[in-house]
Design a protein around this ligand. Structure first.
Ligand code: ADP
Ligand code: MG
Length: 240
């Protein structure tokens, strides 16, 4: 579903992604970890063109990401993204946050959009918050709204960039539980996270990045018990 071939990106002189090669298959759950500044956010932001790569190829569902706006729109419609900082619209209710894009981008009739939104809000276990504003919710609830809002666009791929990093400890589990539930539905997921319990439970593959490179990737059992590179060993010793 996602294919990156020799992807390179620079910020000015700074080489942030170095020859990234990665194939993600339908239904695969991939966790990306690595030290701060290693290029994890940049990598997943390139997949829906929030950042532009300068060299190499990125294909999503067979569509090449280049400057063709039609292609970019097609891919954005198919790829949901959840950020560390929920990014909800503060002046819209929870329900309105969830129906905005389906109504305006997909031209879904309002009533249908609301019905779908309520189904997803039920799935993330906050249907009773539908008429509240984001500022009235806890961080964990806001992040679950952000996940529901993405799902309302019926994406085939979900990208998560440290979705629990801004949350108080007691709220991390409620968000991870929703993500585990999503994984169980067969959603293709790319998750940047340092929640290694989640990675161990859900990931088909863990990718370790350092200094703009994919240093190592493996199934969780091997990744945790038998890391190959010294950089991976050092990273794991710092976070586990
Ligand atoms: P990570 O998500 O792994 O912490 P990022 O992808 O956010 O890493 O950043 C990788 C590197 O690129 C960091 O050194 C960061 O300072 C730099 N960087 C990120 N965004 C920009 C930008 N817009 N302009 C210049 N440098 C950037
Ligand atoms: Mg980041």
């Amino acid at each position: 579903m996602i294919e990156l071939a020799n992807v390179n990106k620079w910020y000015g002189e700074f080489h942030v992604l170095k020859d990234i090669n990665l194939s993600v298959y339908k239904g695969e759950r991939i966790v990306i970890c690595g030290p701060s500044g290693s290029g994890k956010s940049t990598l997943i932001r390139c997949i829906n063109r929030l950042e532009e790569h300068q060299k190499g190829d990125i294909l999503v569902n067979g569509v090449t990401l280049d400057s063709n706006l039609k292609n970019i729109d097609a891919i954005r419609g198919d790829v949901g993204m959840v950020f560390q900082s929920f990014n909800l619209f503060p002046h819209l209710t929870v329900l309105e946050n969830c129906t905005l894009a389906p109504i305006w981008v997909k031209k879904t009739p309002k009533r249908d959009a609301e019905e779908i939104a309520m189904q997803y809000l039920t799935r993330v276990k906050i249907p009773e918050q539908a008429d509240k504003y984001p500022g009235q919710l806890s961080g964990g609830q806001q992040q679950r709204v952000a996940i529901a809002r993405s799902l309302c666009m019926n994406p085939s791929i979900m990208l998560f960039d440290e979705p629990t990093s801004a949350l108080d400890p007691e709220m991390i589990k409620e968000v991870l539980d929703v993500m585990v539930g999503l994984a169980e539905t067969g959603m293709t997921m790319l998750v940047v996270t340092h929640e290694m319990g989640f990675a161990n439970k859900v990931a088909d593959r863990i990718i370790f990045m350092d200094q703009g490179e994919i240093v190592e990737q493996n199934v969780p059992s091997e990744f945790f018990t038998n890391p190959k590179s010294d950089r991976t060993k050092l990273f794991l010793s710092q976070i586990l």
